[in-house]
Design a protein around this ligand. Structure first.
Ligand SMILES: *Cc1c(COP(=O)(O)O)cnc(C)c1O
Length: 398
């Protein structure tokens, strides 16, 4: 029972109707996560479909410039362009082993929907993606991508017509079709057992880093830095190091335009840094909310970090001091994006650029030590329009 909560965080704050589904998912996961056939299949898909293991790349030019050794964990090289497939392959395979024929998922900007569609296609599962109708209009290319991969895309017209409404609809579908359907959640959020399941599937990142850094440096890093939206790439790289107390762990949230909030919205998405304890999507966690407990809309230049909550386990580690939550602004992330492009020849996702920006800002202070691993959670091709709209396509000022 104790694994259902992380201190006061986590739990299962859901309608009674969902409880049997969550209990079934937990017992099936506990069974199959130790099943040799399941593990063999998982390794096969992670290796030959997703392209693991990903390199741990020594960023020579960046290291020289900042005077510390900087390694990049290259999740940008995973099939689909981000760490998201580690989770969607894991859960889709679990669904298959559970005898489910169908998966449903929510998506905001469309990245998780796309990664789910890839996994659904290769594992021959009927796939339906719920997406707010506002997001459908904003992210047409991703909608087309999902359809090309064989998924249905259902535009959600309720509420604010964005991510949180898509989550509600996906949950409704799941409860109605529980016999045939698995709900494939996109980060370490939601009611137990989701935060645990997604963390386990994403821990492949940290487990690889552990071996790779020992081979290359003969020791563990002084610090590991990752961006945090829901928190899955962060906890995925942190978790295998959680008992290595000499390794500092930094979770970089989106500081947006500023740390200001109005009664309806925050100018940022830094829920660990400035949120308060509340319930969001079935879990107790740190949530951006106003004095009445209404959830505030969040803001970030990067769609993947634009979320009003954070995974409950990360909130717990932030509270007990094991993980240091911090944030950088949209502008700092944007500068880091450009800098990685021209110093290392790698176009990072705007999400990952937050982690890079934090390293660039703090490298010389000694805070991070001499040996740093940054989780490069994804590639930036998806972000070119966002960047060009802000910076223009001339880089004379960089
Ligand atoms: C979705 C996404 C994120 C944010 O999700 P987490 O669960 O916080 O990891 C970060 N980076 C990239 C590239 C993403 O696509």
């Amino acid at each position: 029972m104790h694994t259902k909560k992380y201190g006061i965080y986590g739990g299962q704050f859901v309608p009674e109707l969902l409880m049997p589904a969550l209990e079934d998912l937990e017992s099936e996961y506990n069974k199959f996560s130790k099943n040799p056939d399941f593990l063999k299949d998982l390794t096969y898909y992670l290796t030959d479909f997703a392209g693991r293991k990903t390199p741990l790349y020594y960023a020579r030019n960046l290291s020289k410039k900042y005077g510390i050794k900087i390694y990049l964990k290259r999740e940008d090289l995973v099939h689909g362009g981000a760490h998201k497939l580690n989770n969607t392959i894991g859960q889709a395979l679990l669904a298959k082993y559970m005898g489910k024929k169908r998966i449903v998922a929510e998506t905001g900007a469309g990245q998780h929907g796309t990664a789910t569609s890839m996994a659904g296609a290769t594992l021959e599962l009927d796939t339906l993606i719920y997406m707010g109708s506002k997001d459908v209009k904003r992210q047409m290319t991703n909608v087309q991508r999902m359809k090309m991969l064989g998924s249905g895309v259902k535009a959600v017209e309720t509420g604010s017509k964005t991510l949180k409404d898509a989550i509600n609809e996906a949950l409704r579908d799941w409860v109605t079709n529980i016999e045939t359907t698995h709900y494939l959640i996109g980060s370490v959020v939601g009611p137990h057992p989701y935060p645990m399941i997604v963390r386990d599937f994403q821990s492949v990142i940290g487990n690889e880093v552990k071996k790779q850094i020992l081979e290359k440096e003969g020791r563990f890093p002084d610090s590991i830095v990752a961006c945090a939206g829901g928190g899955s790439n962060a906890i995925g790289i942190f978790y295998p190091f959680i008992n290595e107390n000499n390794v500092k762990l930094f979770a970089v949230e989106a500081g947006g335009n500023s740390m200001q909030v109005t009664d309806k919205a925050a100018m940022h998405s830094a829920s660990m840094c400035s949120g308060e304890i509340g319930i969001l999507h079935g879990a107790c966690t740190k949530v951006l909310q106003n004095r009445e407990g209404q959830i505030l809309e969040s803001h970030s230049i990067s769609a993947g970090l634009d979320y009003s909550g954070v995974g409950p386990e990360l909130a717990y580690f932030a509270e007990n001091g094991r993980v240091s939550p911090c944030n950088v602004t949209d502008n700092e992330a944007l500068n880091a994006f450009h800098e990685l492009c021209f110093t290392e020849g790698i176009i990072p996702a705007l999400e990952s650029s937050h982690a890079l920006a934090y390293v660039m800002k703090n490298a010389k202070s000694g805070l991070l030590g001499d040996l740093v691993v940054v989780n490069l959670s994804g590639r930036g091709d998806k972000d070119l329009n966002t960047v060009i709209n802000i910076t223009g396509d001339s880089y004379e000022n960089c």
